[in-house]
Each structure stands twice: as C-alpha cells, then as structure tokens.
Design a protein around this ligand. Structure first.
Ligand code: BTN
Length: 251
C-alpha cells in the first residue's frame, strides 16, 4: 500500500509497514536499538493502539483512516541548541502539504499543532538521541487526521472534514514525505532564518491579542516571536515573557 518514494533523495527509500503497532515512534526506537536503519526510513501503521502525544498525552486515531508514521533522521549537523528547527521543519512540511491541497490555509499552533480553521488536524512528536553537543538520531513522529469524520474532542478535525472530500492515504504519504525532505534539506543547507521566517508566518495568533494561562494566572498578551530554543515570546503589559512547552496554555 505504501510504496517507497521515487522522487526523493533519501526519505522514504525504505518503508516499514506494519498493520498494527502500539506506537510508530516506539517501534522506530526499538528497531534502532537492534539494527542500523538508513536515514529517511519510514515506519508506518494503519492501526496505532498506544499512540503518544506531546506532554504525555495519548494520540487517539481511528484505524485505517489517518496517517500515523515516524521518520528516522540523522541531523548530525545540528547543534542541540538548534533542535527546535526539527519541529519547525516538520510542522512546515505538514502545513505545506495541506496548503497545496486547496485554498484552505493551515496554521501552526506553537509549538507543533497543525490547525485547519482553528481546529487540530495534526500533531508531531520528535524524539532525539544525543551524542555530545549534537543530535545523532531523531525519530520524527507525525499524526495527521485525514479521512476521519468523528472526533470526541470538538477542537479536533481532519482534512476531509475541512475540505469536504476524501483523500487517498498513499498519495498523501508521498506528498507529505517529499515536503519533509525538501524542508529538511533547507535545514541541512544551514538556512535557518528562512525556516524561522516561514514558521512565524504560519503561526497561529501571531501579533494578535489573546488570553493565556501560566501558573494558574490568566493574562492577555500578544505572541511576538520564538527564541533560539523554541520558547514562545509573548508580549504582556509587564513586558516580553518567555515560555517553555509546559509553562503556558492557550485559552
Ligand atoms: C501531539 O500533538 O500531541 C503529537 C502527536 C503525535 C502523534 C504521532 S502518530 C505517529 C507517532 N507515533 C506516536 O506514538 N506518536 C506520533
């Protein structure tokens, strides 16, 4: 069903498909423990039974309707301090793919939720293995809601629901991974500033006044930027404040 990719340099040249597994990220990490897999290897399943999300959350997805995959990368050129660029690259690849499908514009909710019409259609879980000051291996997990029509959460959606048509998973697979390679090659070429610019241009709520909560305190502020570590910079009446992943929630 999922073929190896022809139009890429290294991503998707090896595709490991399993009908079912607890988590493609876990399977990738397990396989890496036992064997050397080439950079760009993709692990994909139709049925993920214990999908993991950000902040220890679960990633629930109806079997056979969505994409749940992990890509093995070896960004040995990337300093640990720049690791947020892997999030930027992946989020932009998913956004690029959605934007080429229709006039609908996808946005990225910091740090890496993919939104269509303000609802979450995709998520990313990146797990790095480090060696000294550099990243040796990365598992990039992507969950994209494609053809699912019913969600428990009102804040979730799929590209089918937002675009009103059904998609062929194997075609999305190819397009998405080609976009990932192209954004990753930009990272490898060292052009961090263009990646950051594109990320900020797609960022949900950038330069708009909204309400947030941190340490149980509600406040209004305006997202202005991210820093080198990927922390979110929100301008408040007390000045610019910097937030890490678990330190702020959007209201
Ligand atoms: C999030 O938004 O919380 C991140 C969700 C990431 C889900 C994907 S699905 C494929 C890969 N395997 C996992 O267990 N998680 C990621």
């Amino acid at each position: 069903m999922y073929k190896t990719l022809e139009n890429t340099l290294f991503i998707g040249k090896k595709v490991i498909y399993v009908p079912s597994c607890p988590s493609t990220n876990d399977l990738a990490l397990k396989l890496l423990h036992h064997q050397v897999l080439p950079e760009g290897t993709v692990i994909i399943t139709n049925k993920q039974t214990e999908g993991r999300g950000q902040r220890g959350n679960k990633w629930l997805t109806e079997p056979g309707l969505n994409l749940t995959l992990s890509v093995i990368l070896r960004p040995t050129f990337l300093a640990i301090k720049d690791q947020f660029y892997l999030t930027i690259v992946t989020a932009l690849a998913v956004r690029d793919f959605i934007n080429t499908q229709a006039e609908i514009v996808a946005q990225i909710k910091w740090p890496n939720d993919i939104l269509i019409n303000n609802k979450k259609a995709g998520g990313i879980l990146i797990e790095n293995q480090l060696q000294g000051e550099y990243i040796s291996t990365t598992v990039v997990g992507i969950g994209l809601n494609v053809n699912q029509k019913n969600f428990e959460l009102l804040s979730a959606t799929s590209i089918r629901l937002e675009m009103n048509r059904e998609f062929v998973l194997s075609e999305i697979f190819t397009d998405l991974l080609s976009n990932l390679e192209s954004r990753y090659l930009t990272l490898r070429s060292g052009d961090l500033s263009s990646l950051k610019k594109d990320y900020l241009n797609s960022l949900f709520r950038l330069n708009e006044q909204h309400t947030y909560i941190s340490n149980n305190i509600q406040f209004t502020g305006v997202i202005r930027d991210i820093d080198a570590w990927g922390k979110l910079l929100i301008e408040t009446e007390k000045g610019i404040k910097r937030f890490d992943l678990k330190e702020v929630s959007f209201l």
